[in-house]
Design a binder for this molecule. Structure first.
Ligand code: AMP
Length: 297
């Protein structure tokens, strides 16, 4: 265990188990913020929110190879552990678990292929949208979350609405495997131009065009409030706005916020989900709550 001023950084699972085990024996309620590091105000918001729900606040920082379907994306994902420790400490995080890949995949990554090692797979909420365009992504997410939950044994965890489908997939994991973990969710934190904060924003040469994502989401909300109920019309308008700003939309979907099933017509609560490529081939996702006007009979 390396003692920095604040927080404590554990690289090995035995260390972190010992440390958190001691806290648990003292009757403390453990909160954990899962992250891949390169921390920004979105992660800080998760830590601040979770602090209200626990006695001891921990964070994991792990760029999980098995959730990357694109090796280039994995290689160039920003890694800034030293700076992250400072940011996390200022947000009230008392312990960071930052393992090496071998610590989490002891049999080696090759053994992770289907049929070799024991694996946890994502449920049906993972099949569309992100899951369709990033094959294997949610299986990797669910697997690493299960392993980390086993190591850290949190009482409560925080996830961001920025990854709206991920929240739904994790919720299903907790229910289907009867994991005794409370989940809290935190709204999306945005930058000045409305761009949702993301570690990948660091890879953009210019954030300007990417703010079209936020503007197109707001446009769709306004059109829905104005009475437009056709999902196809709304999705087309969002795509057109993204293309006009030089972005390459991958999907635009309007879905039931609970089941994530695609909708055809808006009536009541829905969620608009978007993925688009911006400059430097950086893939960004965003979403917004959208409400169809409910026509009284
Ligand atoms: P990541 O490090 O990108 O895997 O994200 C770790 C957690 O932070 C996930 O639960 C994300 O949904 C959340 N998160 C990332 N960006 C934001 C944001 N802009 N606002 C709120 N939560 C976020």
């Amino acid at each position: 265990m390396t003692l920095t001023t604040d927080p404590v950084v554990c690289r090995r699972k035995e260390e972190v188990r010992r440390y958190l085990g001691e806290r648990r024996r003292q009757g403390q309620r453990i909160g954990v913020v899962p992250t891949m590091g390169a921390l920004h105000e979105g992660h800080v918001a998760l830590a601040r929110a979770l602090r209200q729900h626990c006695d001891f606040l921990a964070m994991w920082i792990f760029v999980n190879p098995t959730q990357f379907n694109d090796p280039v994306d994995y290689e160039r994902y920003p890694r800034t552990l030293q700076r992250d420790c400072k940011v996390a400490g200022e947000a009230g995080v008392e312990l960071i678990f930052a393992p090496e890949v071998e610590e989490i995949y002891p049999a080696g990554l090759d053994a992770y292929r289907p049929g070799l090692s024991v694996r946890v797979r994502a449920g049906d909420r993972s099949l569309r949208y992100e899951g369709e365009h990033r094959p294997g992504h949610f299986d990797g997410v669910i697997h690493v979350c299960t392993v980390m939950f086993n190591i850290l044994q949190p009482d409560v965890v925080a996830f961001g609405e920025k990854d709206f489908q991920q929240v739904s997939v994790i919720r299903q994991l907790l229910v289907d495997l009867s994991l005794p973990i409370e989940l809290i969710t935190v709204p999306i934190v945005r930058g000045e131009g409305g761009l949702a904060l993301s570690s990948r924003n660091k890879l953009l040469h210019d954030e300007g065009p990417a703010t079209a994502i936020w503007h197109s989401l707001q446009h769709a909300c306004a059109r829905a409030e104005g009475g437009e109920t056709s999902v196809q019309t709304l999705a087309t308008e969002v795509s057109q706005r993204l293309l006009a700003a030089g972005l390459r939309p991958e999907y635009v979907a309007i879905v039931d916020p609970d089941t994530l099933q695609p909708l055809e017509r808006l009536a009541g609560e829905a969620r608009l989900l978007v993925a688009a490529f911006a400059d430097n081939n950086v893939r960004l996702i965003d979403n917004i709550a959208i409400r169809g006007r409910v026509i009284e009979a």
